[in-house]
Design a protein around this ligand. Structure first.
Ligand code: PLP
Length: 367
């Protein structure tokens, strides 16, 4: 019996009547792009995150791009982020014409190491993008403090962290803006592409609402050079149904992670650490091992799907070779990229499946 890495079909079947009704509602209203269903979802999502407003866009990448544009980031500026992230974080910086500047991660949390941040700040720095990798918030307080001291905007890459908490604050409400992805496999996933920017700054709200829809304040009154980054009606309606279940799904992910951590104790893999400053939502459950190839072969043989998030830090990807970094520049990110291995993690995962996966890792450890 195969144990899947994620199971989107199981989730659909658990809420099928509501999803189907939402989709039909959009087809009947024929508000296919933005519209009332998207507006309703934006309102709910803003309230959920604890911010004044949320702007639906067509992807998490677009969310990052527009957040930076709203913050005034452009050519000649520098934006600081981490190399141990999905490539989109860095790509979005490049879209604005600004230069990505990278700082290494804390190996315990896999997120930005605030102690390395200040040394990367120059006169050109405009913004900082901490990434809440795997659904665990970066250590935001020291980052916010440094940003304040230097007058920098903080944009959270919360693409993997819907509902995650940091000292009682929800991801997306901690920095100046938060950016979310609703790619199907994310913790809150659309049935297609989608994204969101959250903020409590009315200027950012107004600018992003314009930029996502051709820079228009009113139809055909194009104030800014804008984009076609609108969220579809169907996605808004589906996401609003799914949002009601997010808290339960997040709690399920967290208890799965805790069970894994317990069952994997004493094995050859290092289990992920739950930092004491918040509640992670385990988008990914990543263990570390120096014998990854070997373990992956074993899991494949046992029918246990797995993944690597991510096998290359961004500074070593050919696409971003022009940044001029070299191997050794970010040792913790490089080490993580070589060691992490993601085990099956999704809300519908059963305790029995977690036992099967953990037993396999334990058996491999003793072999
Ligand atoms: C998924 C993801 C993105 C990009 O979101 P898309 O919706 O795929 O464009 C950005 N940053 C991180 C950390 C992600 O995981």
């Amino acid at each position: 019996m195969t144990i899947p890495f994620v199971d989107l079909k199981a989730q659909y079947h658990s809420i099928k009547p509501e999803i189907d009704a939402a989709v039909v509602r959009v087809f009947e209203s024929s508000q296919f792009v933005l519209g009332a269903e998207v507006a309703a979802f934006e309102k709910e999502f803003a309230a959920y995150c604890g911010v004044d407003s949320a702007m639906g866009v067509n992807s998490g990448t677009s969310a990052l791009h527009l957040a930076m544009l709203a913050a005034g980031v452009g050519p000649g500026d520098e934006v600081i982020t981490v190399p141990f992230t999905f490539v989109a974080t860095v790509a979005a910086i490049c879209y604005t014409g600004a230069k990505p500047v990278l700082v290494d991660i804390n190996p315990r949390s896999f997120t930005m190491d605030p102690e390395k941040l200040e040394a990367a700040i120059t006169k050109k720095t405009k913004a900082i993008i901490p990434v809440h990798l795997y659904g665990q918030c970066a250590d935001m307080d020291p980052i916010l403090e440094i940003a304040k001291k230097h007058g920098l905007v903080v944009i959270e890459d919360a693409a993997q962290a819907h509902g995650a908490e940091y000292k009682g604050r929800k991801a997306g409400s901690i920095g100046d803006m938060g950016c979310f992805s609703f790619y199907p496999g994310k913790n809150l996933g659309a049935y297609g592409e989608g994204g969101m920017v959250t903020t409590s700054n009315p200027d950012y709200t107004r600018t992003i609402r314009m930029l996502r829809d051709w820079g228009a304040e009113k139809k055909y009154q194009h104030v800014l050079k804008g984009y076609n980054y609108r969220l579809e009606g169907v996605q808004g309606a589906i996401l609003n149904v799914k949002l009601k279940y997010l808290e339960k799904w997040s709690n399920d992910r967290l208890s799965h992670a805790k069970l894994y951590n317990q069952l994997l104790a004493g094995s050859k893999v290092e289990t992920p650490e739950i930092m004491d400053f918040g509640k992670p939502v385990f988008h990914v459950y990543a263990v570390r091992t120096t014998e990854r190839e070997n373990l992956m072969a074993y899991l494949t043989k046992e029918g246990i799907q797995h993944g690597i998030h991510y096998p290359f830090p961004v500074h070593l990807l050919p696409a971003h070779a022009d940044l001029g970094y070299k191997p050794g520049d970010f040792p913790e990110s490089e080490k993580a990229a070589n060691q992490v291995l993601s085990l099956p993690m999704f809300p519908e995962l059963t305790d029995e499946q977690i036992h099967i996966v953990s037993d396999a890792v334990q058996a491999w450890s003793k072999a």
